[in-house]
Design a protein. Structure first.
Lengths: 299, 332
């Protein structure tokens, strides 16, 4: 795409294939996801900027790196792998990933948070947007639902379908997260992959100041997860994490996988980068134009 | 209406689950550690491959059930109502009901008749909460057979459903042939002087009260509203219009439960005097079930007295003081 198209406030029609591709190509997908997040949020006038921008590379790698097996034309296909966004407030990044995969029209992203939209402020299953597996937004719950899905696939149906779930790191303060983590290990769900978006920020500030959840890796390990920490802005490193999960499943290790993705909230937009103030607000029009111009310089 | 013995309603839940398991291979059950107590142990013995122990983690069990439901299973999770209706309230609201997930919850140890375990385990508030949840079906069966039928019915309908059952034996008066339909109240005894609208263990007490009222020449219509949601507006409205006054009876707080539902219905459709029999804004306590039912005013005597008060309020437009004085000597 041209820099001009990339810097535009308007949505384009480009979609990307879901197959194993180079880290550079995934980087480009991540940046288009970022641009769509900016385009969505500035129209909506409310919503979360920081987390979605910071996790764009995770979604690019998961949805466009060949790890999630799905058919964009039929997101109800019973053989699909499933992804559950437990951190429901990060909905814009999921919506952008699904749009760029071709699950629904890209220009529908313009309806984020509007009356009757399929792109609810937090994911609403009642709106039937293709790829939304469950409503989420009350933190901790989506993760536990995902464990239930993985139990259904592995223990009841004996299939090799995969279930992925992304939580925030502040979300780890919810006690039910650890109930569910205990269950994933107890039931030997090697078809289950937990991604933790570790940007160290929540609405009120830095994690250790609000309520310390560290060490995250040792907690996940002790709860029975094969745990790997990666650079959440480097698709090559993210692929290392997802490859480890695929290996665990293939080798029937009986262990679920946890990928701790180190990220910066608002990554890709310099004036938002690593600033928790950007957790829950959208850019103004001027800020959006500045952000898109900056992102247009990226691949 | 004759007494056919007594059994806890939880036995009906346990037996109903086994029958459901035989009928449907996608019924799965989640245990919350107290499986023997809430009778999911019967299913576990029969279908070990479809039983999953989640431990003492009601929030997680509820949301795991959602994951299973969204994968085409029919999951049941049972625990004590205090923990599987209220501790997990947020999970029920967002993950179960907003998702319209096909999750079934069995809430045991309901009401004061739990007995010695005391107030922490005697849930008296969950009907009020559950009936406000969109998409929820909420059943309070009156005896063993009804609990069994309700369990099977909720397993065979699509959508979130909750069944409330008790620990202690309660009188049995319905049979396998008694009609049961979710959302359709049963008129247990016909009458036109006063309507007694009850569910759970209070239906039998209502029958006893009606029999006692009959000795005074008063015919009471006893209505068993086993399904609090969806509510049977037609049957309750007809009872209000044709009897002109109502007593509600439930083993639950008088606020927000069956009595609240009846009041909402009649205030709109057919305003009549209502007297509420139930727990009056207090917590329970330890004791034998029978002595607790007396202490908290959950016997036929309170229903009987309330019927006279309701009739006096209807007939004389008074507060019912005269009737209260009369029954004070009668029930002493």
């Amino acid at each position: 795409m041209t820099a001009e198209v990339n810097a535009s406030l308007d949505f384009n029609t480009t979609t990307f294939p879901n197959k194993r591709q180079s880290a550079d190509d995934l980087k480009a997908v991540g940046n288009e996801i970022r641009r769509d997040i900016i385009r969505m949020l500035v129209r909506a006038g409310s919503g979360h900027s920081g987390g979605p921008l910071g996790s764009a590379d995770i979604f690019a790698t998961l949805y466009f790196g060949g790890y999630m097996r799905y058919n964009p034309a039929d997101m109800n296909d019973p053989s699909r792998d499933r992804f559950v966004l437990s951190a429901g407030h990060m909905a814009p990044v999921l919506y952008a990933a699904l749009a760029n995969a071709g699950c629904y029209p890209k220009d529908e992203q313009a309806t984020l948070r509007q009356y009757n939209t399929r792109l609810q402020g937090h994911p609403g299953r009642d709106m039937h947007l293709p790829g939304i597996e469950t409503s989420s937004g009350s933190l901790g719950q989506g993760f536990s639902i995902a464990v239930g899905m993985a139990m259904s696939d592995r223990l009841v149906d004996k299939s090799d379908k995969r279930v992925f779930s992304l939580t925030g790191d502040g979300e780890l303060q919810e006690g039910s997260i650890w109930e569910a983590a205990m269950s994933a290990a107890h039931f030997h769900l090697d078809n289950f992959c937990w991604i933790i978006d570790n940007n160290d920020c929540q609405i009120d500030g830095r994690l250790p100041d609000v309520m310390n959840v560290y060490p995250i890796d040792a907690k996940c390990e002790s709860f029975g997860f094969d745990t790997i920490t990666v650079n959440g802005h480097d698709p090559a490193d993210l692929m290392r994490g997802f490859d480890r999960f695929i290996e665990n499943q293939k080798n029937k290790t009986g262990k679920p996988t946890a990928i701790i993705a180190k990220t910066y909230m608002g990554h890709g937009v310099s004036f938002m980068n690593d600033k928790f103030e950007w957790h829950g607000k959208p850019p103004t029009k001027d800020q959006a134009i500045a952000a898109l111009e900056e992102l247009a310089q990226m691949p | 209406m004759e007494l056919l013995g007594s059994k806890p309603t939880r036995f009906g839940f346990g037996d109903g689950l086994v029958e459901l398991g035989e009928r449907h291979s996608n019924v799965v059950v989640l245990g919350g550690d107290i499986t023997g107590s809430v009778m999911t142990s019967l299913f576990k013995e029969k279908f070990p491959d479809r039983f999953f122990s989640i431990g003492i983690a009601e929030q997680n069990a509820t949301t795991i059930a959602v994951g299973l439901a969204l994968s085409g299973k029919i999951p049941f999770f049972a625990s004590y109502g205090a923990f599987c209706a209220l501790r997990n309230a947020d999970q029920l609201r967002i993950s179960v009901c907003y998702n319209e997930a096909n999750v079934k919850i069995g809430g045991g140890h309901a009401g004061i008749s739990v007995g010695p375990d005391g107030a922490t385990h005697q849930v008296l508030e969950e009907v009020a909460f559950l009936r406000t949840l969109p998409h929820m079906t909420m059943v309070v069966p009156a005896d063993y057979e009804e609990a069994k039928k309700a369990t099977i019915a909720m397993g065979e309908m699509v959508g979130p459903a909750y069944i409330r059952f008790g620990r202690s034996p309660v009188p049995m008066f319905t049979t396998p042939d008694t009609p049961f339909e979710l959302g359709k109240a049963n008129v247990v005894m016909d009458g036109s002087d006063v309507a007694i609208i009850a569910n759970g263990a209070m239906v039998w007490e209502s029958i006893l009260a009606a029999k006692e009222l009959a000795k005074k020449g008063i015919t009471a219509r006893v209505v068993n509203v086993h399904t609090v949601k969806p509510f049977d507006f037609a049957t309750v409205t007809a009872a209000a219009r044709e009897c002109g006054c109502i007593v509600t009876a439930e083993e639950h707080q008088v606020h927000g439960g069956l009595g609240g539902a009846v009041a909402e219905c009649t205030a709109k459709n057919a305003p009549v005097p209502i007297e509420f029999v139930g727990v009056k804004d207090s917590f329970g306590g330890s004791g034998d079930p029978e002595e607790l039912m007396v202490k908290f005013g959950l016997t036929w005597k309170e229903i009987y007295a309330s019927a006279l008060v309701a009739m006096e309020r209807r007939d004389k437009g008074s507060s019912g003081v005269r009737a209260l004085k009369e029954v004070a000597s009668y029930t002493a």
